[in-house]
Ligand binder design. Structure first.
Ligand SMILES: [Zn+2]
Length: 131
């Protein structure tokens, strides 16, 4: 083997046929998306049975129906899921589910904090109370 040759290897022996099929689905969805996952890594949680793609920052992607989507965790309470499942107000059509706008709050439907920052939303311009 010459010195400039690099062999990448992975061990998929823990994967059953279902997991291999899921991985093929994930990679095909990623290929036809504009999602950047670098380095592109493959994960299989033997406890949950979930197969996913992720990078070194643990940005994690799974199939949500027919779409490859990022899997989020609330930084405060650990509520996790696809973005529209864990925030109070669904994203608008023009928002990228895989690249959230940090300037906008994304309020956790479990703890009421911003899932990205863990902060409570700034309610200074909303003095209304429902008493
Ligand atoms: Zn939360």
């Amino acid at each position: 083997m010459s010195n400039d040759q690099v062999v990448y290897e992975n061990d998929f022996s823990a994967f059953g046929y279902r997991e291999i099929d899921e991985l093929i689905t994930l990679l095909n969805a990623w290929k036809s998306s504009d999602i950047v996952i670098n380095p592109l890594k493959v994960g299989f949680n033997t406890h949950s049975g979930c197969v996913f793609l992720f990078d070194d920052d643990y940005n994690t992607y799974m199939m949500n129906g027919n779409d490859l989507e990022q899997w989020y965790n609330c930084s405060y309470c650990g509520n996790e899921g696809f973005i529209d499942d864990i925030i109070k107000d669904k994203l608008s059509e023009d928002e990228n589910k895989n690249e959230l706008d940090w300037n906008k709050p994304h309020i956790c439907n479990e703890c009421g904090r911003d899932i990205l920052t863990g902060d409570f939303p700034d309610d200074s311009d909303d003095e209304e109370e429902d008493n």
